[in-house]
Design a protein around this ligand. Structure first.
Ligand SMILES: Cc1ncc(COP(=O)(O)O)c(C=O)c1O
Length: 399
């Protein structure tokens, strides 16, 4: 039997954005490519002992966790999350929280619930690649709003909200944004929430990095300003991405629908892990872990910025993160960082080109550097290679 797969594929299949990792496979082969593409805690900082210990305790105490149950998530874990969010200024109760398979699933559940084909979704430009991977197969029409050093440009957002047809969602990463590291300032937070309310368009606030600040905490989440904000959190960046545990704080009107949608998607989150994570969040271990992580990432970021100054001063501009995992670098207008990536890979270094973060995927002069997964020595060496590659490729073309 031969199945005519090409004819059978849903139209939606053609709209699924290919993984960024596939693109990396196409780069010139190199034994020691230094990848600035990472957006995760470094392997050596994963709290494997604490998680193993909590899993073992859970296993001994609650083997029934291997059963089905609780699609909304384990109540004590939801309570611990609600308590942490209250400390960040957000009034949340355990019943407002649903545990998801990472925040990525939260984006997907929201899209399932709210998007019809052709609906408009407003995102920042640039925006998180994975959100586009969710919205595009739903046949959403993506509208973009530029980002400057204070976050989303509110006047541009208002133009989008006022234009017909009215958007269905505003998706934003307002704190230490992926990919730019920019944080929406407090006045714009107020203005954004007021606009969303005036036009009746819900905000999806994706906040994986808010607890990973360097010198001072960012402003409270948008969800602190309005109970209709759909808030997404995750332990992927603060603990480990392989856990696949995130959460969604949702308006009460939507909770039952979201829980039913979660059940339809994957029944429930891993119950053993949820119980183990609840143990991990007890006491002050997690807070001390976060403090160590912040200091570690601050140090790596400072080093990266110093290397950027040394390698690319006068040739590029870059953001100065107050937290998070990334620096966004912009080369002169006209430089194509998709093409430049191939040159960089020949020099033994790679980044994620700006085009990945825009709905239209056209080449841009910008790229994203992730600094958390590389050691200081790798950061130094990687930046030296990047500097050589960019100076060789960009200077002559500008002359
Ligand atoms: C803005 C943003 N949202 C969501 C995710 C996915 O997180 P999770 O592992 O919790 O699904 C990431 C990971 O890079 C991210 O940067």
């Amino acid at each position: 039997m031969s199945i005519p797969w090409d004819r059978l594929l849903a139209e939606r299949a053609a709209r699924i954005r290919p993984s960024l990792l596939v693109d990396f496979d196409r780069l010139p082969a190199s034994d020691d490519l230094i990848l600035f593409s990472g957006g995760a805690p470094p392997l050596e900082c994963l709290p494997t002992d604490r998680i193993a210990e909590a899993l073992a305790e859970t296993w001994r105490a609650e083997p029934e966790a291997l059963w089905y149950g609780e699609s909304q998530g384990y109540e004590p874990l939801r309570a611990a999350i609600a308590e942490r969010m209250r400390r960040r200024g957000v009034a949340v109760e355990p019943k407002d929280v649903i545990i998801t398979n990472g925040s990525q699933q939260g984006i997907d559940l929201i899209a399932r619930l709210l998007l019809e084909p052709g609906d408009r979704v407003v995102v920042e430009a640039p925006t998180y690649f994975g959100a586009l991977q969710v919205f595009e197969p739903f046949d959403a029409r993506i509208s973009t709003v530029p980002v400057d050093e204070c976050g989303m440009v509110i006047e541009a957002l208002e133009r989008e909200l006022a234009s017909a047809p009215r958007p269905k969602l505003i998706y934003t990463v307002p704190t230490f944004q992926n990919p730019t590291a920019v944080t929406l300032d407090p006045e714009r937070r107020t203005a954004l929430v007021a606009l969303a309310e005036r036009y009746g368009v819900p905000i999806v606030e994706d906040d994986p990095y808010g607890e990973l600040w360097f010198d001072r905490p960012p402003p409270p989440p948008l969800r602190a300003l309005h109970p209709d904000v759909l808030y997404l959190g995750t332990f992927s960046k603060t603990l480990a991405p392989g856990l696949r545990v995130g959460w969604l704080v949702a308006p009460r009107r939507l909770m039952k629908l979201l829980v039913d949608a979660k059940e339809g998607a994957d029944i429930q989150a891993d119950r053993l892990l949820q119980r183990a994570l609840t143990r991990v969040l007890e006491g002050d271990w997690f807070e001390r872990h976060l403090e160590a992580a912040r200091a570690n990432y601050r140090e790596r970021c400072t080093l990266l910025l110093r290397c950027l100054e040394r390698e690319l001063a006068g040739l590029a501009a870059w953001t100065a993160p107050g937290g998070g995992f990334f620096v966004w670098v912009t080369l002169p207008e006209g430089v194509d960082t998709d093409a430049l990536l191939v040159e960089c890979a020949r020099h033994g270094v790679a980044y994620i080109p700006g085009s990945a973060f825009y709905p239209d995927r056209t080449p841009r002069p910008s790229f994203r550097l992730g600094f958390t997964t590389l050691s200081p020595a790798e950061l130094e060496e990687g930046m030296a290679r990047l500097g050589r590659a960019i100076r060789a490729a960009v200077r002559p073309s500008l002359a």
